[in-house]
Design a protein. Structure first.
Length: 211
């Protein structure tokens, strides 16, 4: 299993519920899952709660299918998810564990939503709304002092609170079932920052958008 890629499941032997995932290194992924669960730091709340209740001995890591061709991992993972209907998976769509990226269309929608722009849904802003958005972008806030929330917004993306953009933060939040260590490596930040983003301690003002 070490250094081999494929599809795996984590099964609760007490109630039969499962988590299904894919990995380019199955041995490493197994260790990461159980290490996070042991520390009570797993991003999948369903799996973590079950682990806390039943303990390590109740869970079995099993390779469902080896896949030497890494580009096929996502389609195989989706096949097994459709076959087993794993109860512990937060998302019914495979792919987030391998660094799934939003399509250009989805990115555009997320960007517009995070900026408060709903024109892509057929809604036109009033002249007053446009003026407020323009002022907010320039940091003028219509002549008033910035609130703590507004200051946090400006710091968040422009002044070093993190190197992430709004779009990347939304991407991180949408991939709650992926290990924090993998997200930290992918986005070049610390695991603590990933956790703070997902719990709302950082970028809490930015509303999450589900895929």
């Amino acid at each position: 299993m070490k250094n081999k890629s494929g599809i795996y499941s984590i099964t609760n032997k007490i109630n039969g519920r499962r988590y299904v995932g894919s990995a380019v290194n199955l041995g490493k992924r197994k260790n990461e899952h159980f290490s996070a669960l042991r520390r009570e730091g797993h991003t999948n709340a369903h799996l973590q709660n079950a682990y806390n209740k039943h303990g390590r001995d109740a869970f079995e890591f099993k390779v469902l299918e080896y896949c030497p061709r890494k580009p096929r991992l996502i389609s195989l993972e989706q096949k097994w998810m459709g076959k087993l209907n794993p109860e512990y998976n937060i998302s019914p769509v495979a792919g987030s564990q391998l660094g799934h990226r939003h399509t250009a269309k989805t990115k555009s929608k997320i960007s517009k939503t995070s900026m408060g722009n709903t024109s892509h849904l057929g809604h036109k802003h009033t002249a007053e709304a446009k003026a407020k958005m323009s002022a907010a972008k320039k940091g003028k806030n219509l002549g008033r002092k910035h609130t703590a929330e507004a200051k946090a917004k400006f710091r968040g993306e422009k002044h070093g609170m993190s190197k992430l953009t709004r779009e990347q933060v939304l991407d991180i939040r949408s991939r709650i079932d992926q290990l924090q260590t993998e997200l930290a490596e992918e986005f070049g930040v610390s695991r603590k920052q990933i956790r703070n983003i997902q719990t709302g301690k950082q970028w809490g003002w930015l509303k999450s958008t589900r895929r």
